[in-house]
Design a protein around this ligand. Structure first.
Ligand SMILES: CC(=O)CC(=O)SCCNC(=O)CCNC(=O)[C@H](O)C(C)(C)COP(=O)(O)OP(=O)(O)OC[C@H]1O[C@@H](n2cnc3c(N)ncnc32)[C@H](O)[C@@H]1OP(=O)(O)O
Ligand SMILES: NC(=O)C1=CN([C@@H]2O[C@H](COP(=O)(O)OP(=O)(O)OC[C@H]3O[C@@H](n4cnc5c(N)ncnc54)[C@H](OP(=O)(O)O)[C@@H]3O)[C@@H](O)[C@H]2O)C=CC1
Length: 284
């Protein structure tokens, strides 16, 4: 199936990036969140990112306007009636995702594919909320979406071959490299990445080193582009906690227990860069 129109549900940092790369690649995008304010803020973020590309001489002003013109704001999932592919990028909470998928299933054409950008939640369980589990799949973009080449494509138990092939082709049309993995908590990306971040938080909690020093060990010592605490702030500490909880519950092993310091920060509303404070302080 040739896909031309997508809906992106959730206008946060990931939703905005996913909407941006689709619009630039020529897809029509319904950009959805619960409120107009959220959608407008997300769209402004996209405009700012594209303007930087224009300023650097990497994009024509006309191309930027065309891309922005392909983004239609939406606050109703009924708009899914017009799309070939829905990509859900709302908050990392199973109950919220289940509700969204039930509703998308009601409104999207029966031929449409329903994808989730979840970082860790079981695709199979999300798919079971719909009447089209064979057309539900994980399409896991990395942050920042316009920069990172990977899309982890996760097959649920019932995902069919056509759905996999269409999503692989859609990722390639964005200039991304799809990598196929099976459904398991955290998939590959966050099963490997998040325990490392959690362990870095444990070293801070145990007073072994300050956040800056932990980050320096990993940037200067391991050539990581961002230290694990800077990266945790960048991802969002709420998202990091939800992912650790999925790993802990999914595998039932102590090694995945979220650091108490991570829980404390999230309870305090210190969610990292997006809230202005996490392991570091930001002037957003
Ligand atoms: C949690 C999950 O489920 C999965 C995940 O996403 S885990 C997170 C995965 N992401 C990472 O690990 C990111 C690690 N960090 C990096 O790779 C780099 O630090 C980075 C690419 C973000 C920034 O790179 P840098 O060299 O330190 O900074 P900088 O030179 O300012 O930026 C490099 C490029 O990225 C772009 N960029 C940086 N931040 C950006 C953002 N938030 N949005 C869009 N573009 C961005 C810059 O514009 C710049 O582009 P050009 O080279 O075309 O000018
Ligand atoms: N951050 C990262 O590095 C990565 C995150 N992901 C995944 O992407 C998803 C989004 O993460 P991220 O963008 O960082 O999170 P954000 O918190 O930045 O954005 C989530 C957005 O979804 C909105 N939202 C919440 N409930 C609904 C709903 N019912 N319908 C529509 N929108 C809703 C939120 O609105 P409000 O704020 O009003 O609640 C918010 O605007 C998560 O599943 C996450 O695990 C995947 C890869 C990387």
């Amino acid at each position: 199936m040739s896909m031309q129109t997508v809906m992106v549900v959730g206008a946060g940092q990931m939703g905005a990036g996913i909407a941006q790369v689709h619009a630039v690649a020529g897809f029509h995008v319904y950009f959805n969140d619960l409120t107009e304010e959220k959608v407008t803020a997300g769209r402004q973020g996209i405009e700012k990112q594209l303007q930087r590309q224009v300023d650097k001489g990497r994009m024509e002003q006309d191309a930027m306007q065309d891309a922005l013109g392909r983004i239609t704001p939406s606050t109703s999932l009924e708009d899914a009636a017009n799309v070939d592919l829905c990509i859900e990028a709302a908050v990392e909470q199973m109950e919220i995702k289940k509700k969204i998928f039930q509703e998308l299933d009601r409104h999207a054409p029966t031929t449409a594919i329903l994808a989730t950008n979840t970082s860790s939640l079981p695709i199979t369980e999300i798919a079971a909320e719909t009447n089209r589990p064979a057309q539900v799949i994980g399409m896991h973009f990395m942050n920042p979406v316009p920069v990172m080449k990977l899309v982890e494509v996760i097959r649920g138990l019932q995902t069919n071959e056509d759905t996999y092939k269409d999503v692989k082709a859609a990722a390639e049309a964005l200039g991304k490299t799809p990598v196929e993995v099976n459904d398991a908590p955290g998939f590959v990306s966050n099963r490997v990445l998040m325990p490392m971040i959690n362990e870095a938080i444990c070293t801070v909690n145990e007073g072994i080193a300050a956040p800056e020093d932990v980050d320096q060990v990993m940037t200067l010592g391991m050539n990581q582009p961002m230290g694990p605490l800077t990266l945790a702030d960048f991802i969002g500490l709420d998202t990091c906690l939800y992912i650790m909880e999925v790993l802990h519950e999914g595998f039932g092993e102590d090694k995945y227990r979220p650091s108490p310091l991570l829980r404390k920060y999230v309870k305090a509303g210190w969610l990292g860069r997006k809230s202005g404070r996490g392991f570091y302080v930001y002037n957003n």
